[in-house]
Design a protein around this ligand. Structure first.
Ligand SMILES: Cc1cc2nc3c(=O)[nH]c(=O)nc-3n(C[C@H](O)[C@H](O)[C@H](O)COP(=O)(O)OP(=O)(O)OC[C@H]3O[C@@H](n4cnc5c(N)ncnc54)[C@H](O)[C@@H]3O)c2cc1C
Length: 306
């Protein structure tokens, strides 16, 4: 119930204005977000890489409404990739891209063209791009754009969401040689017709999808903070004889940082998803919807400013 309300608010521009003008402390945003500028992203990346972690950077933004905005976001990514390469932070750091930030909702060809430029810049910088997955109305379009990008940039990563009923079939399609696939539970509010609704059904689907990816030929990227799923993944790695460089764990910046370090100390490849930029509202609201404790943290920080 609370999750539904917060996810609905994440799409409301009225609530967005309210929250954005509230006296948010730096602490709240900084727990999950590296900062506003490219330099902030570099700083956080350097720290994480210094701790033996890998990074995927997301320049925050989604649901772009015009080509100028989409082009500006592409330019941000090109600047970021140049800076990461220049600082010697590739290939430890790669980038994650939301196609809706690059115009997917109004011009799929534009989104493809701009993402292609980002893939070219990533390739020049010696690193990779992963296409984040958004709500289910964009899944087919995103997978089509992925297939086209992979013709020239085969390391382009996909994201599949275990809450969608279609995802087992998508995992089978994508568990091919060299195919980088991030598996997550899914962060959007989706109707029953397309998505499992109960946590247990989503978890069971996650395990079925993980089995397909871990026994397949691709490179699974298991994105979850869930202790049970992480334990099952460790088990499957043994079952399917996957070495620690033949798959990776992924966690969000600011979420279970001790677990990130524990997994890395065990020898696993661990990548931290690090968002940065001004447009943090939708991202923060999805994190709040996932965990009431995040909401309490948020409320405490707001109160302490008054
Ligand atoms: C790297 C990465 C990339 C992602 N990319 C996408 C994407 O492209 N598209 C998309 O739709 N979604 C994406 N997500 C979000 C994802 O779909 C989930 O919404 C999010 O990860 C929460 O699911 P969970 O697997 O962590 O488990 P949850 O069901 O949220 O949590 C399960 C258990 O994990 C533990 N846990 C969770 N959070 C915390 C915390 N803050 N502190 C302590 N313990 C905690 C608790 O034990 C909890 O019971 C991504 C997530 C990650 C980690």
């Amino acid at each position: 119930m609370l999750r539904s309300v917060i996810l609905a608010a994440s799409r409301s521009s009225r609530v967005e204005r309210l929250v954005e003008t509230a006296p948010l402390t730096r602490d709240v945003v900084h727990r999950f977000i590296a900062g506003i500028a490219t330099d902030d992203a570099l700083h956080t990346t350097r720290d994480l890489v210094g701790d033996g972690l890998r990074v995927t950077l997301d320049h925050l933004g989604e649901d772009t409404v015009n080509p100028d905005q989409a082009t500006a976001i592409k330019d941000e990514y090109l600047a970021l990739l140049g800076a990461l390469g220049g600082a010697g932070l590739t290939p430890a750091a790669e980038v994650s891209v939301k196609l809706s930030a690059l115009g997917q909702k109004f011009d799929e060809q534009l989104a493809y063209d701009l993402t292609r430029q980002i893939c070219a810049a990533a390739s020049n910088a010696g690193t990779t791009v992963t296409l984040d997955m958004e709500d289910h109305t964009t899944t087919d379009s995103t997978l089509e754009i992925l297939a086209k990008l992979r013709l020239d940039y085969p390391t382009t990563g996909a994201v599949l969401q275990a809450y969608l009923r279609r995802t087992e079939a998508d995992c089978r399609e994508l568990a091919t040689l060299g195919s980088r696939v991030r598996l997550c539970k899914g962060a959007y509010k989706e109707p029953e017709s397309v998505a499992f609704q109960s946590a247990i059904d989503v978890d069971k689907s996650y395990v079925r999808c993980m089995n397909i990816l871990m026994s397949g030929e691709g490179y699974p990227m298991l994105a979850t903070h869930d202790p049970r799923l992480i334990a099952i993944a460790e088990d499957r790695a043994r079952w399917f004889d996957r070495s620690t460089d033949a798959f990776e764990f992924q966690l969000l910046h600011g979420v279970r940082p001790d677990e990130q370090l524990r997994l890395a100390a065990e020898g696993y490849t661990v990548r931290v998803y690090v968002p940065y930029g001004n447009d943090w509202y939708g991202y923060m609201m999805r994190r709040l919807a996932e965990r009431p404790a995040n909401l309490l943290f948020f409320a405490r920080a707001m109160k302490s400013r008054k």
